[in-house]
Design a protein. Structure first.
Lengths: 311, 322
């Protein structure tokens, strides 16, 4: 390329001095607004989402420092002091075996958040993978994957989870796998529909016209543009997964005693609801708060990521 | 300069309409039906026609962004419809496209630097430094500024975005650019800027354009030769001056008579066409234009006219000239 020509050319294009000045002003005023930064800014304005973040941050901190919060351990029994109402020694009371409920809830936060994290991560990874394959390649692959998703979705999720746990055996780890499996089609269908709509976009056609390979188009063009709904669903799914883990625990199919799983705590205290309501109220409120927290963040993210909500 | 760079022979693109319980093909839309033309090196071939006549499909089929149903596309004497995926991918650096909608054709999550630099990367320029320099050079060539490289598409106006699209198409020094209505989504004032830019670029880099548009004055302004399409077929092809002064096909005559003249007292004999464009899934027998043609003859309803040279370099598909 001839540099002299180039210079002439650019001079010709910016020959108007007023325009040149205007462009310089623009250069100073125009800061780079990346789409992700913009989302974060939107999210910070959303008070409910902030409340959600605070709730989740609280439970994360409680879970992290759980062993140092109280002088008790979560499995330490004290039959003399059983079913005590909340007092100075036992902030949230004790259960029917005299175990400190606050200690158990703090340790339970670890379990719930861990279950939520791994179940959502697993479902998200596999769901996204299958969704992208189905959406991008279409034809019989799409047919096969979509029908499997339909079959999985046709079962009530808890029934399917029970079936999976029944096959694998009752343990926290298997409950986690079951929850991940039942959530795969939810992510998969979401990603598939997003990929199908993206596939028709002109910038994908442009990428193909540039001579990019399918793998590159998928990784650099389709995936980043389908992340928004995946993130929203991931956050909302976190709450659902925790709820499902609690339900499995309640049914005795998840965590086994003496693991302080919130759902299991509810099940154990069911018989004492009249006598010692705090044994149920506190684990129940904890489940509710964590699920609420994730839903608030998820809703906030959805609004922040939706271009139509921007003012 | 009469060496053909692109030769399109009997190009067809049919879209299948699936229906019924078993997803069988129940009908076909003949979006492009037997189109042939050549494009010489360094020239601008304009293709005009109304919405749905298959001009964009022709452009995309030439680049195999839509796989042609039948026919040959020869780029520098090589039939590209027979190339394997990898060979085709490598050839794409020589034949580029500029899209109609500058809002949809840029990835909203990439910076301009990535958008313009990515074609360089996939065609072997692995050094990030080299790419950065080349991107800045390209941005200045299309009349943007180097600092624009770090911005995102939503921070630009339509005209600026189209310049980004042009910079991306130019990245690997292509020989042929298909321009798929590159200015029809822009304001009139911006249109002329972009058209002038494209003309300058052609001279600077010795480019060949296939310029698809529905705006006759735009095509007249930029093209060397003009082809007119109707219902998936090329009905007339000639030099720009020849076609605007001496249109032969009744459809071209009607089309040209619809161009507004900037003189309120001017008397124009407007040829008003009756009816609508027939459906391309069920085109009329014989000449596709016979249902609306003011000069229709009996033969038009039965025999398809052949696209042939009537005068020197003036091709027309009409029974009037046989």
């Amino acid at each position: 390329m001839n540099t002299k020509d180039d210079k002439q050319h650019s001079e010709q294009l910016v020959s108007n001095p007023a325009k040149l000045k205007q462009q310089q002003v623009e250069a100073e005023e125009m800061e780079v607004i990346s789409p992700w930064k913009d989302t974060l800014k939107q999210l910070r304005k959303n008070r409910l989402a902030i409340a959600g973040f605070i709730i989740i941050a609280f439970f994360i901190v409680v879970g992290l420092v759980a062993p140092f919060l109280t002088p008790y351990t979560f499995s330490e029994q004290d039959p003399v002091n059983r079913l005590q109402s909340p007092n100075m020694d036992h902030w949230l009371g004790t259960d029917h075996l005299g175990r400190d409920i606050f200690t158990r809830i703090a340790h339970g936060a670890r379990i719930s958040l861990m279950v939520g994290f791994f179940a959502v991560t697993g479902a998200l990874l596999f769901g996204t993978l299958f969704g992208i394959i189905a959406g991008y390649y279409g034809r019989w692959i799409d047919m096969l994957i979509s029908r499997i998703f339909d079959i999985l979705l046709a079962f009530p999720s808890i029934l399917l989870a029970i079936a999976v746990v029944a096959i694998l055996g009752a343990s926290l780890q298997n409950a986690l796998i079951a929850i991940a499996i039942i959530n795969i089609p939810i992510f998969g269908r979401l990603v598939r529909s997003k990929v199908i709509s993206l596939r028709e976009e002109e910038f994908i056609l442009a990428a193909k016209a540039q001579g990019m390979k399918s793998g590159r188009i998928l990784r650099h063009h389709i995936l980043p543009n389908s992340l928004a709904p995946i993130i929203v669903q991931g956050t909302l799914g976190f709450g659902t997964a925790i709820l499902e883990a609690a339900a499995l625990g309640f049914l005795g199919l998840g965590a086994q005693p003496p693991t302080p799983e919130w759902g299991k705590m509810l099940a154990d205290s069911r018989d004492f609801i009249q006598l010692a309501p705090w044994t149920l109220i506190f684990p129940g409120v904890s489940i509710m708060l964590v699920v609420l927290g994730f839903n608030l963040i998820g809703d906030g993210l959805r609004d922040a990521l939706d271009p139509k909500m921007k003012n | 300069m009469t060496k053909p760079i692109l030769e399109v022979n009997n190009l067809k693109k049919y879209f299948e309409i699936k229906g019924g319980v078993f997803g069988k093909t129940v009908a076909e839309v003949k979006a492009v039906d037997d189109v042939s033309f050549t494009v010489n090196e360094g020239e601008i071939l304009g293709i005009v026609g109304e919405s749905g006549c298959g001009k964009s499909t022709t452009g995309k089929a030439i680049l195999r962004l839509l796989e042609p149903t039948e026919g040959e596309v020869k780029f520098e004497d090589q039939d590209i419809t027979k190339l394997g995926p990898e060979e085709m991918r490598k050839l794409r650096r020589h034949m580029q496209i500029i899209f109609q909608d500058p809002y949809a054709s840029l990835n909203p999550r990439h910076t301009v630097e990535k958008i313009v630099g990515e074609p360089l990367l996939v065609h072997g320029m692995t050094s990030a430094k080299e790419r950065k320099d080349r991107v800045q050079e390209l941005l200045e060539v299309v009349g943007l500024r180097a600092f624009h490289a770090s911005k995102y598409p939503h921070q630009f106006s339509g005209g600026q975005r189209q310049r980004i699209g042009i910079a991306r198409a130019l990245a690997n020094n292509p020989k042929l650019i298909i321009c798929d209505e590159p200015v029809s989504a822009l304001d009139v004032s911006v249109q002329s800027q972009i058209l002038n830019l494209m003309e300058d670029l052609r001279q600077e880099f010795n480019l060949t354009y296939v310029f698809i548009a529905h705006d006759l004055s735009v095509v007249k302004h930029i093209s060397d030769r003009v082809g007119v399409m109707y219902l998936g077929k090329m009905v007339e092809l000639a030099d720009k001056d020849e076609i605007y002064e001496n249109p032969k096909h009744p459809y071209t005559q009607a089309l040209l008579s619809a161009v507004p003249v900037a003189d309120p007292d001017a008397q124009i004999d407007r040829v008003i066409l009756e009816g609508d464009v027939p459906s391309p899934s069920n085109p009329p027998s014989g000449c596709p234009f016979h249902t609306r043609c003011p000069k229709v003859m009996d033969i038009c309803k039965e025999v398809k006219p052949v696209f042939q040279e009537d005068e020197e370099q003036h091709y027309v598909a009409c029974h009037l000239y046989e």
